[in-house]
Design a protein around this ligand. Structure first.
Ligand SMILES: Nc1nc2c(ncn2[C@@H]2O[C@H](COP(=O)(O)OP(=O)(O)O)[C@@H](O)[C@H]2O)c(=O)[nH]1
Ligand SMILES: [Mg+2]
Length: 239
């Protein structure tokens, strides 16, 4: 019988991985009485994140690890994780950053939104009750501007298009032709949500507060933001 799966992508998260896996495992154990699974997708992190994840997998029943040899970007890591979870019969698939920017407690709220009728629940910074703490002015402008740009270009009503805290019903991922998704960073998040809306799925935004990471550092870059600027208009003409 299938259960909900959480995918945790990691690249150099040695200081975060153990605490985030334990926190998520606790939240999901309470939210999913029939069981849950957690899949860490590590891209050969040089700081040994993958070894820590392996140790957790031997200790915690719900946890397993997918090792990929080298860093290929967030999008490809998620696609590999989705394929693995769907193959194993996942009923729901969740995305979350592994750096505590997303509060693991909110996993229960995303799942609840889907159980109440959404096909895709998005953790959203830019709806009432949501927000960002700790970010400087520049990063806030870039993030808000990015969501605004994607919303206008794609004609969507979704307020937070670039976030990576989501819960998909299995049927959504089956319908959106994952092998043809090409984007890597923020554009990956935009592309998945856009495809879900285009297929007629019900997308709901759940307010979340995003905190800047305390340990480790961001792997996103101007190159990834530029990818999003360049790719978003191309998404519109596809499918
Ligand atoms: N497997 C994998 N994970 C990645 C990669 N790039 C980023 N991540 C993970 O994706 C999540 C979000 O990345 P982060 O650098 O915090 O982006 P930011 O929050 O936008 O600054 C974190 O859990 C990272 O470890 C990658 O190339 N491969
Ligand atoms: Mg982060």
């Amino acid at each position: 019988m299938g259960v909900p799966w959480l995918i945790l992508p990691t690249y150099d998260e040695a200081e975060n991985i153990e605490a985030i896996v334990r926190a998520a495992d606790g939240v999901l154990a309470r939210a999913c009485p029939d069981g849950h699974r957690i899949l860490v997708v590590d891209d050969g992190s040089p700081d040994g994140t993958g070894d820590i994840a392996d140790r957790l997998a031997t200790e915690l029943d719900a946890v397993e690890v997918l090792h990929r040899r080298e860093r290929q970007g967030l999008g490809p890591a998620y696609l590999a994780g989705f394929a693995h979870a769907l193959q194993a019969g996942a009923t729901h698939v969740m995305e979350m950053d592994s750096d505590f920017s997303h509060d693991p407690a909110d996993l229960a709220r995303l799942l609840a939104a889907v159980r109440e009728g959404a096909d895709l629940a998005l953790g959203s910074r830019y709806v009432d009750g949501g927000g960002v703490t700790d970010w400087g002015m520049l990063r806030q402008i870039v993030s808000r501007g990015g969501s605004w740009y994607a919303r206008k270009v794609l004609g969507l009503r979704v307020r937070d298009l670039t976030g990576g805290f989501k819960c998909f019903r299995r049927e959504v991922l089956e319908a959106i032709d994952l092998p043809s998704v090409r984007s890597h960073g923020y554009a990956f998040q935009v592309e998945l949500t856009y495809r879900a809306v285009r297929q007629g799925f019900r997308v709901v935004e759940v307010p979340i507060v995003f905190r800047d990471r305390v340990h480790g550092h961001s792997k996103m870059s101007w190159r990834i933001a530029a990818e999003a600027m360049w790719l978003v208009p191309q998404l519109r003409t596809r499918d």
